[in-house]
Design a protein around this ligand. Structure first.
Ligand SMILES: C[S@@+](CC[C@H](N)C(=O)[O-])C[C@H]1O[C@@H](n2cnc3c(N)ncnc32)[C@H](O)[C@@H]1O
Length: 306
């Protein structure tokens, strides 16, 4: 019989942030494509950590270059869960945050921008429009109020509790580097690097180089592909999430890289348009061709007859 701890381990941890481009809905498809035995797992563009926290590994490093986000995770990791929840409830009471109090939200946003307490960022996100993280060029949080829609609700609270419990084990580490400055040289053949960068042909709030996010362009894309080629030459496994086509646009940089390198495997990820073929998808103006590109053959699950 499974122990309670084992059962909890099997539960997928969902990010308490409604992260743009978050992979929580695709985990069922992505995780079976990952290597079965991983020593160190690097989630190089961790975002909401939906992937990093659900991969079984001896050591997990979640990296993102968004400093305020990483500082928030580090605070979640270093503080007692009860104290974190008390801090949140306290700020909600002091600033009278609610589904309708826009003035209170604005006052609290001003408070955060003056003091930049990482835990306050979470409270702010809870009440902000679509729970999104958005900073202006002066690195001030500037997402508007989520009137009648956003609050620190029970789902967010439950996701936060599971998230904090998960990262307070001693296998998760958070780092804040630009992907090309992250030192991958310590990795060996049992390690695995997952990359979920901003997509060249779609726009998330983080990839136009505005609002406090680093931009993503062809130079960044080429730089990443070169790093992946280097990992492959050192026999280190990697997987790259991306879209080959989106709303009639194709990612030619990525497609050329795939065409040039026999070692790459393209695994198609099912989306709403799963039943269409590739060409139909490209022609369909609303469709996305979502892929996971790996440098290894996918291990088939063992059957009773193996
Ligand atoms: C698609 S999101 C990752 C979502 C994540 N897989 C999840 O499921 O929540 C991409 C992330 O890359 C980060 N990012 C953008 N440019 C980066 C860079 N140059 N170096 C490291 N991280 C970067 C963004 O801050 C964003 O959090």
């Amino acid at each position: 019989m499974q122990t309670l701890a084992e059962k909890q381990n099997l539960r997928t941890v969902k990010s308490p942030l409604n992260y743009i481009g978050g992979k929580s809905k695709l985990l069922d498809q992505l995780l079976p494509l990952f290597p079965k035995e991983i020593s160190t797992f690097v989630d190089l563009f961790a975002g909401g950590c939906n992937v990093g926290l659900n991969v079984k590994a001896e050591r997990t490093i979640c990296n993102d270059n968004l400093k305020f986000l990483v500082e928030m995770y580090q605070q979640f990791q270093q503080n007692n869960l009860i104290e974190i929840l008390q801090h949140i409830e306290n700020q909600i009471n002091v600033f009278e945050l609610s589904l309708t109090n826009e003035e209170g939200y604005k006052e609290f946003r001003q408070h955060y921008n003056t003091h930049k307490n990482p835990l306050d960022l979470f409270v702010l996100i809870a009440y902000s429009f679509n729970h999104q993280i958005r900073f202006n060029n002066s690195h001030e949080f500037n997402n508007p109020f989520g009137r009648e829609r956003s609050s620190f609700n029970d789902t967010m609270k439950s996701n936060l509790v599971h998230f904090v419990r998960k990262i307070q084990n001693n296998i998760t580490e958070f780092t804040c580097f630009d992907f090309h400055k992250f030192d991958l040289s310590f990795l060996t053949e049992n390690d695995f690097v997952y990359c979920d960068p901003p997509y060249l042909i779609t726009t998330g709030t983080y990839n136009d180089g505005k609002r406090g996010f680093t931009g993503w362009n062809e130079t960044e894309e080429y730089r990443l592909l070169k790093i992946l080629d280097n990992l492959h030459s050192q026999k280190i496994k990697f997987a790259l999430s991306n879209v080959l086509a989106h709303k009639g646009k194709e990612n030619e940089v990525l497609q050329n890289w795939i065409d040039k390198n026999d070692y790459l495997k393209v695994n198609y990820i099912q989306t709403n348009y799963a039943n269409s073929n590739y060409q139909t998808l490209v022609r369909n103006k609303d469709a996305s061709v979502e892929v996971l590109i790996t440098n290894y053959e996918i291990e088939k699950p063992k059957t009773l007859f193996d």
